[in-house]
Ligand binder design. Sequence first.
Ligand SMILES: *Cc1c(COP(=O)(O)O)cnc(C)c1O
Length: 374
Amino acid sequence: MIKFNKPYLTGREGVFIQEAIENNRLSGNGPFTAKCQNFFEQRYGFKKTLLTQSCTSALEMAALLMECGPEDEIIIPSYTFVSTANAFALRGSKLVFADSNPYNPNIDAEKIEPLITSKTKAIVIVHYAGISCDMGKIMELAKAYNLFVIEDAAQGVDSFYRERPLGSIGHLAAFSFHETKNIISGEGGMLAINDEKFVKRAEILWEKGTNRSAFFRGEVDKYNWIDVGSSFLPSELTAAFLWAQLQELDEIQSMRKVIWNFYFESLLPLTQKGKLILPVLPEFASNNAHLFYVVTKSHEQYLALVAHLKANEIQAVFHYLSLHKSPYIVNKYGVQPELPMSDFFGSNLLRLPLYPSLTHNQQQKIVRSVLSFF
Ligand SMILES: *Cc1c(COP(=O)(O)O)cnc(C)c1O
């Protein structure tokens, strides 16, 4: 069976974890955390970054920083992972779901404006497959209506909107280093803060509501309880693992892009014959080869293709089911307005295996198998 995902290891993760052990500094906010944060701030120009336990916890920090409450509405794509929505549901905010583009699963920027009310606080967007949303249009809307923009850049590491890195455009952004992402640390994530006014409070929320970071820097002589917060920071063992991955970021990205391009070029004839839909990158978006998907014409065809690949010992998997039709949302708010494109991608989008250790033979087998189905 060709597995859907295999975590990529650089081989130096253990070396840096050993170093963290020898440093005698295992809890969070130590030297490896600082190295990783500096790497991201310098390479991508994020104003401030904080490593977190996960992208989920970075999104939860974003909701706390914006002081989201039950009186607020948050516009969010329906086609996303639950964590994007859950962070705001935890604060009691009302979720207002937006549809996907006709051409790809990202939020349709043309559909956002009619959802804005006097209660809207933020637009949360997801760069699906590491392909940028229409940030020009989204930031323009946010400015016109005085809204925050949160980028769920879980899949967006080292990808760009025009020349701007994903995660550097919204007020806040959340990244994931879960083992299924391009750069990994088992579980792990990062909050990127681009709006200066959030920086100070973010550090306090991150350290359980205390000013311990300022204490470590020698700015205060004792730390105290300042605000709400939680234990959002990862241990140095996690940061040491991540540091090994960051050393090979360029190599990892190019290995993934080679596979992505092979799939795309090999399957393009199916698109030209109108049999299958391939990923569409708008002119403003770069590709970080986070995942490769195909979209079938119908759910029946999708099921048959999955079964065909399985019979050929290839594990291909679906992605998100529309959140606006999830049991949690329907129980809480009742039946929601139809979002046909989100449902369409939920029924028909299939992800193929993509990881650096996928051999060329395996890639050829997968392509042959898809071609033979049609
Ligand atoms: C993976 C993912 C998350 C969750 O990331 P964790 O680090 O596992 O919390 C959130 N949003 C999107 C779009 C994701 O792909």
